[in-house]
Write a protein that binds this ligand. Structure first.
Ligand SMILES: Nc1ncnc2c1ncn2[C@@H]1O[C@H](COP(=O)(O)OP(=O)(O)OP(=O)(O)O)[C@@H](O)[C@H]1O
Length: 357
C-alpha cells in the first residue's frame, strides 16, 4: 500500500504538485491521468525516488520513503523512452539490474527467463537490442523492471511511442500481465481511453491538484466537476436550479429537460441554488417513428457528422443555451437523418449527473 500525504513540490513560487493526498492499494492497477503539465510525472518521480517533495510524505507499506535512494526503494520505473542499452542483447538488458544482487549464474538465468516469459519474449534472449520492433523494445523495458521483482511498478507513458493498433494491443497485454504478476502498477498517462481501459482506479489531476479518485466507470459517469467531465470525453452541460435535496439525490428544474430527479455525487459542491447537469452524448437515444419514452426531449437537428459506425447529431432543444451533442450508432439510420428534421431523444434520468461548476 502506498500512502501519499499532503505532498507538495515547489519550483520557486510555482507548485508542480499542490498538497496531493492519495492511497494506492496493494495489487491495484492505478493511473495518474491529466493534461500535460498537471504534475503526474512529478508525483511518479517522487514515488520512485528521483525527486523529493518540498513537503509531505510518501510511505510504502508503512515505511517512509523520504531519504531512501531510488535503488533502495521497493519500486521500479519503466520510462517513456525505453532506455534499453543498444550494445547489449535482450538477455543482458533484462539481467542488467540483477548484477547488483550477485545471484549465482543459474538463479540469474532463471529470473531472466522468467521475466522474458512474462512479457512473451521467450526465445528472443540473444537478439540484439537494435534488432527489435518498438513493441518488443517496450517488452524488454518491462521485463527489465519485472526481473527486479518490485512491489510497485511505475510506468511513465510507456505506450506513447507506439502506433494506435500496437498501443491498444499492449494495453490489453499490460493489464493481463499486471493481473498475472499481481504487483501494484502505477501508470502515468494523458490518454483517457488508456486509463479507462486498464485501471482499477484513476486519479484525475489538474494544475498540481488531484480532482477525483475513483474507478473508471465512476470517473466517466459521475465526474465531480466540469473539468473532469470534459477531460474524459464529450459531455453536454445543462443549467439547472435545485428545487429539493434529499440525501444522495436531488430534484432540479431545467429549461430543456424540465424537472428531473438526479443523483447527487458525494463530492457535489453546493453553490446556492445553481447546479450544472451533465449527460454524455451516447446516453441520449433517438426515438424513431411513434416510439415513446417516459423521459424524452424534443428538438431540431442542426448539424450532423458521420464517423462510420456512429453519427454525431447536434440537436437544438428549445430553452437550452447550447444544442445537445448526441452520439447514435448507424444501425438504424442515424446517418440519414436530415439537418432541419424534428427529432425526439430519450434519456435515462440516471444518466444526468449533477456537478459543481
Ligand atoms: N525542474 C523543474 N523546474 C521547474 N519547473 C518544473 C520542473 N519540472 C517540472 N516542472 C513543471 O512542473 C509542472 C508539472 O510537470 P510534470 O512533468 O509533472 O507534468 P506532467 O503532468 O507529467 O506533464 P507531461 O505529460 O507533459 O509530462 C509543469 O508545469 C512543469 O513545467
Amino acid at each position: 500500500m502506498i500512502e501519499i500525504a499532503h505532498v507538495t513540490r515547489s519550483y520557486g513560487a510555482f507548485k508542480a504538485l499542490d498538497d496531493a493526498s492519495l492511497t494506492i492499494r496493494e495489487g491495484e492497477f492505478f493511473s495518474l491521468l491529466g493534461p500535460s503539465g498537471c504534475g503526474k510525472t512529478t508525483l511518479l518521480r517522487m514515488i520512485a525516488g528521483f525527486d523529493n517533495p518540498t513537503s509531505g510524505s510518501i510511505a510504502v507499506d508503512g515505511q517512509e520513503m523520504l531519504g531512501i535512494p531510488a535503488n533502495r526503494r521497493p519500486t521500479n520505473m519503466v520510462f517513456q523512452s525505453y532506455a534499453i542499452f543498444p550494445h547489449l542483447n535482450v538477455e543482458q538488458n533484462v539481467g542488467y539490474g540483477l548484477k547488483r544482487l550477485r545471484l549465482d549464474a543459474t538463479e540469474e538465468k532463471r529470473r531472466v527467463e522468467e521475466a522474458l516469459a512474462q512479457v512473451s519474449l521467450t526465445g528472443l534472449g540473444k537478439r540484439g537490442a537494435t534488432e527489435l520492433s518498438g513493441g518488443q523494445r517496450q517488452r524488454v523495458a518491462l521485463a527489465r523492471a519485472l526481473v527486479m521483482r518490485p512491489k510497485v511498478l511505475l510506468l511513465d507513458e510507456p505506450l506513447s511511442a507506439l502506433d494506435k493498433k500496437l498501443r491498444e494491443q499492449m494495453q490489453v497485454e499490460l493489464r493481463r500481465l499486471q493481473q498475472a504478476v499481481g504487483i501494484t502498477f502505477i501508470l502515468v498517462t494523458h490518454d483517457q481511453y488508456e486509463a479507462l481501459a486498464m485501471s482499477d482506479r484513476i486519479a484525475v489531476m489538474f494544475g498540481g491538484k488531484i480532482a477525483q479518485v475513483a474507478s473508471p466507470k465512476e470517473i466517466y459517469q459521475r465526474p465531480v466537476n466540469r473539468q473532469v467531465a470534459d477531460f474524459l470525453g464529450g459531455m453536454n452541460f445543462v443549467k439547472a436550479e435545485i428545487v429539493e435535496e434529499n440525501g444522495a439525490s436531488m430534484t432540479v428544474d431545467t429549461l430543456g429537460f424540465g424537472r428531473v430527479k438526479t443523483d447527487k455525487p458525494a463530492a457535489f459542491v453546493r453553490n446556492g441554488k445553481a447546479a450544472t447537469l451533465g449527460i454524455r452524448p451516447e446516453r441520449l437515444r433517438v426515438l424513431w417513428d411513434d416510439a415513446k419514452d417516459k423521459h424524452e426531449v424534443a428538438g431540431t437537428v442542426v448539424d450532423r457528422h458521420y464517423f462510420g459506425e456512429i453519427t454525431h447529431l447536434i440537436v437544438d432543444i428549445p430553452g437550452l443555451e447550447k444544442p445537445l451533442s448526441v452520439t447514435e450508432t448507424n444501425n438504424f439510420g442515424a446517418d440519414d437523418i436530415p439537418v432541419g428534421a424534428p427529432i425526439r431523444l430519450a434519456y435515462d434520468p440516471d444518466a444526468l449527473v449533477a456537478m459543481a461548476d
